[in-house]
Design a binder for this molecule. Structure first.
Ligand SMILES: [Zn+2]
Length: 215
């Protein structure tokens, strides 16, 4: 019989460590459940029936948090690692002779399908297009300016843009696509110098729009 597995999570968006076997067999800590724990997830020993929904809920809540942080590449990578680890555990469990019941296999396969959908969704929402030409306008009453620039990357929720003028976090800018003429108001969420020494800002759209025509 294979040993139960352990998935550890560190911090809100931290990376998941490798699976660690549990030292001793334990009972599921799910509500009024007396089954043997199959996996240790986020510090809780859980049976398979309790692990899958708990893991899905965690994946979805992390996904939601990531969506509001649109440009955190490190957090996105950590989330991908976490998803990959969850998938690895689910695959191991699916091959585990202790879980031969048809409904268990079905829920594991459903789980793996859900995970692959989430992964595809991340890929889509983080998809980058190189250099969309933009008119960038600052409309603060004290400093109105505009400049022609390009995006570095785009997502459903905003974009990273090159910006020569100083613009502070929290400032409002208007983006106008030079190729289509469409406009959107966005808020600056970061301002930094990129690895090539260029000034770059990250902006998040004020309204939910599909500005980049992502599918
Ligand atoms: Zn349980």
């Amino acid at each position: 019989m294979s040993e139960p597995l352990k998935i550890e999570m560190e911090g809100q968006l931290g990376s998941a460590t490798d699976a660690l076997p549990l030292v001793e067999a334990s009972r599921c800590t799910g509500a009024s459940c007396d089954a043997t724990a199959a996996i240790d997830f986020a510090g809780r020993s859980l049976c398979l029936d309790h692990f899958l929904p708990t893991c899905i809920a965690e994946l979805e809540s992390r996904n939601d948090r990531l969506r509001t942080l649109s440009f955190d590449a490190a957090a996105t990578e950590a989330f991908k690692t976490f998803i990959a680890n969850c998938a690895k555990q689910a695959k191991k469990l699916a091959e585990d002779p202790r879980f031969t019941q048809a409904h268990t296999k079905t829920s594991l396969l459903d789980f793996l399908l859900r995970i692959s959908q989430l992964t595809q969704h991340i890929r889509r929402s983080q998809r980058t297009m190189s250099a969309v030409p933009i008119w960038l306008r600052r409309e603060d009453p004290h400093q109105t300016w505009h400049e022609e620039t390009w995006t570095v990357s785009v997502s459903r929720h905003g974009a990273a843009l090159l910006c020569r003028r100083p613009v502070e976090k929290g400032g409002t800018v208007v983006l106008c696509r030079k190729d289509k003429g469409s406009r959107a108001t966005a808020q600056v969420v970061y301002s930094l110098r990129d690895s090539e020494g260029r000034k770059q800002i990250g902006v998040q759209f004020c309204d939910p729009i599909n500005f980049w025509d992502l599918d």
